[in-house]
Design a binder for this molecule. Structure first.
Ligand SMILES: Nc1ncnc2c1ncn2[C@@H]1O[C@H](COP(=O)(O)OP(=O)(O)OP(=O)(O)O)[C@@H](O)[C@H]1O
Length: 369
């Protein structure tokens, strides 16, 4: 799939912007703080209705503005799908084919994106919550039903945690049983989705990592599931402790991922280079996974990462993606970019203004099958 057009209105430092993209490669070049990442963020937002770098929607709206919108045209399997999201003081409105979709799960999935940004190193090095968010966003793109199950799980978890805060004498064990049953029902679904996703991700990323490390390293991803055997039993066993601490101690909200290279934990003992290559292998694996699950390649957003990769890694990366996935690169300079194809569009970004400085249209469009 490709995104052929993007329109921004009051999105961060863009008051009004209309862009037409190259089907293979688009490069945004400019000094720091000009608005390059904002473009990548707007595409990510159009796909997932969330930013990759903030939880606060307000930040996305231009200063002194009340609302903003991002819209774009997606081309896949010879069909054209217009998407649009508007953030207003009353909330967000998401439209597919100009029609409003009330449920997130009906909107997400029309545009699949993979973002690779410097912050992604946190998937390897950061807190478990970062890895859970990564897993949730990625499964949600492929299987929108996962978002339903996760939402229901989180709602029940919140309810249970609030109930646990009641005075012990006011807690009705039967009501807690009902909440536990619901938590187990939705939690099992969440864990099953995660198990399948992580198993496929492990398989594909192991191959890619083997390739990227030139046969030197064996990557293994482990789903560190918090529930060991039986969720219902473990929840019951933890009840007294949970009541005492007024929070639920067992369940997929405590899940984690672990990364091993040649059986050594990368998060704790890996070098910077190994951690970076692991993050890259995982991201590239997602591209293949989305293709396997949906039959389409996602759009790839490489935000400020090329300068972090050495010559060989850049070559490996571009060889793997160009011509397969429509790719967007943001960078402060073109100097260090090696191995670029002949056909691409380069945009120069200056204070929220964009100028097309070079556009070489390709004869063969990207494979959108
Ligand atoms: N809500 C907003 N309204 C208006 N301007 C904003 C808003 N949020 C951020 N900005 C502006 O956007 C600019 C930052 O853009 P962006 O993060 O895309 O930078 P960049 O070009 O990617 O830079 P770098 O190379 O440092 O990553 C800053 O000038 C900032 O003041």
């Amino acid at each position: 799939m490709i995104i052929s057009e993007l329109h921004l209105s009051n999105f961060r430092n863009y008051n009004h912007l209309d862009l037409t993209f190259h089907p293979n490669l688009n490069i945004f070049v400019g000094k720091n703080a000009q608005g390059k990442t904002n473009i990548a963020e707007s595409i990510y937002f159009l796909a997932l209705t969330r930013s990759h770098r903030t939880h606060t929607d307000r930040e996305l709206i231009g200063w002194e503005q009340k609302e903003m919108s991002v819209s774009g045209t997606i081309i896949k399997k010879n069909t054209t799908v217009p998407l649009e999201i508007t953030l207003t003081p009353k909330g967000r409105i998401a439209k597919v084919n100009h029609l409003k979709e009330n449920r997130l799960a009906d909107y997400v999935g029309h545009l699949n994106v993979i973002m690779f940004a410097p912050e992604d190193l946190a998937i390897i090095k950061g807190a478990p919550s970062v890895r859970r968010r990564f897993v949730d966003m990625e499964i949600g793109q492929i299987r929108p039903v996962y978002l339903y199950d996760l939402m229901r799980y989180n709602k029940t978890l919140k309810e249970r945690n609030s109930y646990l805060k009641f005075d012990a004498s006011k807690i009705d064990p039967n009501f807690l049983d009902v909440l536990d049953d619901q938590l187990v029902e939705y939690g099992e679904k969440v864990m099953n989705h995660r198990k399948q996703f992580i198993s496929s991700l492990t398989e594909i990323s192991a191959d890619l990592h083997h390739h990227l490390s030139h046969g030197q390293e064996k990557l293994r991803i482990v789903y560190a599931q918090n529930v060991k055997t039986d969720f219902a039993v473990e929840l019951k066993q933890a009840r007294q402790k949970d009541q005492f601490r007024a929070q639920t101690s067992v369940g997929p909200h405590r899940d984690d991922l672990q990364f091993f290279i040649n059986d050594i934990n990368v998060s704790n003992f890996g070098s910077q280079g190994q951690q970076r290559t692991t993050a890259l292998s995982v991201k590239l694996a997602e591209i293949e996974l989305i293709h396997q699950e949906t039959g389409d390649y996602p759009v790839l957003l490489l935000d400020d990462v090329m300068s972090e990769l050495d010559n060989q890694r850049q070559l490996d990366l571009l060889a793997l993606v160009i011509g397969k996935t429509q790719t967007f690169i943001t960078t402060t300079t073109l100097d260090h970019l090696q191995h670029l194809p002949d056909k691409m569009t380069i945009f120069e970004v200056t204070s929220g203004m964009i100028q097309t400085v070079s556009s070489e249209q390709s004869d063969t469009s990207v494979d959108t099958e």
